[in-house]
Design a protein around this ligand. Structure first.
Ligand SMILES: *Cc1c(COP(=O)(O)O)cnc(C)c1O
Length: 859
């Protein structure tokens, strides 16, 4: 089997990147004598370096790849593009310095396109761009010398990467215009000045960098507007947002459609089958019946239809194009049919995923499922969009419940879809959530897949691709899979100085471990107050709910509303005081509230009666914490009054331990006091749905059948709650706090460092400055964060912590460079700094360490 559009990097190419072109185009500057003048490709990752490549160093999110220059030279690279003079011996290597590597490569792209006078055809829009590109290539290569961009590369840099293989005889270049943030399209059209463009889907604002859908559509508008009057713009008439682009373009606009009958090129009678799609075509007076493509799904058909119109524009007759299209095979990872070892039909749709493309794949599955005994759907992660992401997973889960017999999910996010499928009446035994691809492969092995089974694999995570690989009939098929590693660093390169990394898989594992510890019969209430102990309440709530939590707890109404706003429907208990006027909102939002005082309860009762509602309450008993709660001694009497309040629904009763972390006998007393109250109430026929006492430490210490719920916070986040008991081993910390080195300097002895000259260097010292300070939550006084990790080694903080900066002594660590990653909390290499250790430095507890890392940190 042959791919129609070979990735550029696999093909023999002339050495096409000329040093002088970059110099001219990008206003670059040579550092020393150039040795090589021509290069075969750009390379961004030092591990991919070959002698003929030009290594492009840049600043990116993980640091600065300038630090990799020595390694690139060691690996034999002959050319380097960088921002400043390298600090290593570069003899024998061509070094080109530019202001900004990305801008330089874009300028070079523009330069070579003009130099060879090639015309550009741009494929924009959200999804299906690669298939469109492949179809265009198939049709246009019959008449022209066509250069086609790499189908799997993504982002702005895919432009220079594909142009590296451009040859002087090429007449047309076909490119995906992949935008990941506002302004990308402007750069792309500036560099390429396309004549022809196709836009067929505008599904979602598909990255976090766009504020909303409109901003994303705006990017596409930039493309439509850039076309010249003698150009062509092909639009999908069935997509409302796409249709609006017609009015902004000077070029001739032609439309494709399956639904809209007034489309210039109309496909009708579309029949979806497991290996092909059949349809009729109408174009002016021309009519063709029973045309076939080997592409699956209506959503994929649009790309093929668009290519037909471009073909006509370039004088390839429709009748001929249709024959060519029939030969086009599905691309790796895009609804590509394959055979499993045991003969089942696999649909590999693991290139990229978002809600719209997942729903489209399921629509297709619904159409073809009739011919199969079992329909199995495997869902991985979808691209992170906006907050609507959760709704996306829910929508996909609902659809899966309608079309599949079995549903397997991979990863913490995808598990939300599994939960939604359960809510939509898919039997629970048909659904499994996984976090490890090997487990999925093992389960599928046991399912004994046969020729009458169909498996759809949808999701963008690489690990899902290993499941496809494991399923295939011969290792040889594996070359038809997507490659595992991108050549281009994703998105636009940005310096992100300080950030938190949250391990949602560890979180999922922790919640499942806690649930197992409590046992099946106990309800797990996950405590997500204080923005999920600083981890981000939304993420924590979502992951917890699909991994065994049934109830959430927050401190106040505001926190609860944030969860409701994003569609979280699980019951939520508000632990702190809810002012009575807000009881109305609590009822509307189905929140439950803590009651610890009779007067408070009466105030709630009045509000609830006014609106003829019922407020759900958990009554808190103080058994020795000495904070909120009804004193144990008055409990029985108070309950007589509480029960008379008919508009309160008392769902639970609870108490809180004051020292479950270090005082077992005292906790025992609290348990006894609480139990005697519950027993007395039971004797008076007063029962509660939930009886609860334990927090994290308590749930390790106390296991009493009277309690059927635990309120667990700390341990959820992988933090140690107790000196008395070990946590289960599978509990792992979720949070890592990182920053990068901003500057490295050598100081002679006796140099003061920082405000107040509180630190004076002793000998010759190397000091690194970090862009993090007390305004980020890195405590200044009375005690500081003592150490950080860099290159896997501990380095001490020196001098005072400033608002935005601090200094570390790295004299004992060789080769520390600007951009190096620094770990403030978490693991690096063999060593790790735990919240517990930091707590001893600061004189506090691990709770305070994580909750005082301020919200301005990117999570
Ligand atoms: C915060 C809180 C918890 C959770 O405690 P952890 O020690 O973090 O598990 C439980 N109950 C109440 C009332 C709380 O305020």
């Amino acid at each position: 089997m042959k791919l129609t559009c070979t990735p550029a990097r696999l093909r023999y190419t002339l050495d096409m990147i000329s040093l002088y072109d970059i110099l001219k185009a990008a206003n670059g500057q040579l550092f020393g004598e150039p040795s090589s003048h021509l290069f075969a490709k750009f390379c961004f990752d030092v591990r991919d370096v070959t002698p003929s490549s030009l290594f492009v160093a840049m600043r990116n999110q993980r640091g600065d790849s300038h630090a990799d220059i020595p390694e690139a030279i060691q690996r034999g690279v002959k050319g380097i593009v960088c921002h400043g003079p390298p600090e290593v011996d570069t003899s024998g290597v061509t070094v080109l310095m530019v202001n900004d590597s990305v801008d330089a490569l874009m300028a070079w792209s523009r330069y070579v396109l003009a130099k060879y006078q090639v015309r550009t055809i741009a494929v924009g829009g959200t999804s299906g761009k690669s298939v469109t590109l492949a179809a265009l290539h198939k049709l246009l290569a019959t008449r022209y010398k066509v250069h086609c961009g790499d189908l799997d590369d993504e982002g702005l840099l895919s432009l220079p990467v594909s142009l590296a293989a451009l040859e002087p005889h090429h007449q047309l270049v076909l490119l995906k215009f992949d935008v990941t943030q506002p302004g990308d399209m402007h750069q792309l059209v500036q560099a390429t000045q396309p004549d022809v463009a196709i836009i067929d889907h505008l599904d979602v604002a598909h990255t976090l960098s766009f504020s909303d859908h409109d901003q994303y559509v705006d990017e596409q508008r930039t493309l439509a507007r850039a076309l010249p009057a003698d150009g062509l713009l092909v639009l999908n008439n069935d997509d409302e947002a796409v249709r609006t682009l017609a009015s902004v373009s000077l070029a001739t606009v032609q439309t494709i459609g399956i639904i809209q009958q007034d489309s210039d090129l109309l496909a009708s009678n579309v029949t979806l089958a497991p290996h092909r799609t059949v349809f009729d075509v109408r174009w002016g007076d021309e009519r063709y019946q029973m045309c076939t493509v080997q592409l699956l799904g209506e959503h994929v058909l649009y790309g093929a239809l668009a290519a037909l119109l471009v073909g006509i524009h370039f004088a390839v007759p429709l009748s001929e194009s249709l024959k060519l299209l029939a030969q086009l095979e599905a691309l790796p990872g895009r609804m590509r049919p394959m055979r499993s070892k045991t003969g089942a039909l696999l649909i590999d749709d693991t290139y990229r995923a978002h809600t719209a493309s997942a729903l489209a794949a399921l629509d297709w599955l619904e159409q073809v499922r009739g011919g199969f005994r079992r329909v199995i759907c495997i869902l991985g992660e979808m691209e992170r969009g906006s907050q609507r992401q959760q709704q996306g997973y829910r929508a996909v889960g609902r659809r899966v419940a309608q079309v599949a017999d079995a549903f397997l999910t991979l990863g913490a996010d995808a598990a939300q879809a599994a939960r939604s499928a359960i809510d939509h009446d898919m039997p629970e035994h048909a659904i499994r959530m996984f976090y490890n691809p090997a487990e999925i492969s093992a389960i599928l092995e046991r399912l004994d897949l046969g020729t009458d089974d169909i498996v759809l694999l949808k999701g963008g995570n690489r690990s899902l691709r290993t499941v496809v690989r494991d399923l295939l009939s011969t290792p040889n098929d594996a070359r038809l899979l997507l490659r595992q590693t991108p050549t281009i660093p994703l998105a636009r390169i940005q310096l992100r100085p300080t950030w938190l990394e949250l391990d949602s898989d560890a979180l999922a594992q922790n919640v499942r471990t806690i649930k197992a510890l409590l046992g099946r019969d106990k309800t797990l209430m996950t405590v997500v107050k204080a923005d999920g102990y600083g981890h981000g309440a939304l993420m924590v709530a979502r992951v917890a709910l699909v991994n065994g939590a049934d109830y959430l707890a927050v401190a106040n109404l505001g926190e609860a509303l944030q969860l409701r706003e994003v569609g979280i429907q699980a019951p939520i208990l508000v632990l702190s005081y809810l002012p009575p006027p807000m009881a109305r909102q609590a009822m509307q939002q189905h929140l439950s509230v803590a009651v610890f005082d009779l007067e408070q309860a009466r105030a709630y009762e009045r509000i609830a009666r006014d609106v003829e509602g019922k407020l759900v309450c958990h009554v808190k008993i103080d058994t020795g914490m000495g904070r909120l709660g009804i004193p144990a001694a008055n409990a029985i009497q108070t309950f007589r009054h509480l029960l008379a309040l008919k508009n309160l629904h008392i769902e639970g009763i609870y108490t809180h331990f004051s020292s479950a972390d270090d005082n077992a006998p005292y906790t025992e007393q609290q348990v006894d006091s609480f139990k005697s109250i519950v027993r007395a109430l039971r004797a008076a026929s007063i029962h509660f749905q939930y009886v609860h006492a334990a927090n994290s430490a308590g749930s390790l210490l106390v296991d009493d059948p009277m309690f059927n719920m635990a309120r667990v916070g700390l341990m959820t986040y992988g933090l140690r709650p107790s000196r008395l008991r070990e946590m289960p081993e599978s509990i792992k910390p979720v949070m890592t706090w990182k920053t990068t080195v901003l500057q490295v300097r050598q100081f002679p002895p006796n140099s003061p460092i920082g405000y107040g000259n509180s630190y004076i260097t002793q000998g010759q010292e190397t000091i690194a400055i970090l862009p993090v300070g007390y305004a980020d939550g890195l405590r200044r006084a009375p005690h500081t964060w003592r150490e950080v990790l860099i290159h896997g080694v501990r380095a001490p903080l020196v001098g005072r912590v400033s608002m935005e900066k601090c200094a570390i002594n790295v004299s004992h660590i060789p080769n520390v460079a600007v951009g190096d990653e620094v770990v403030l909390l978490g693991q690096q290499g063999e060593d790790s700094i735990s919240a517990e250790e930091i707590a001893t430095w600061l004189g506090t507890i691990n709770y305070e360490v994580v909750t005082t890392i301020l919200p301005r940190q990117m999570r």
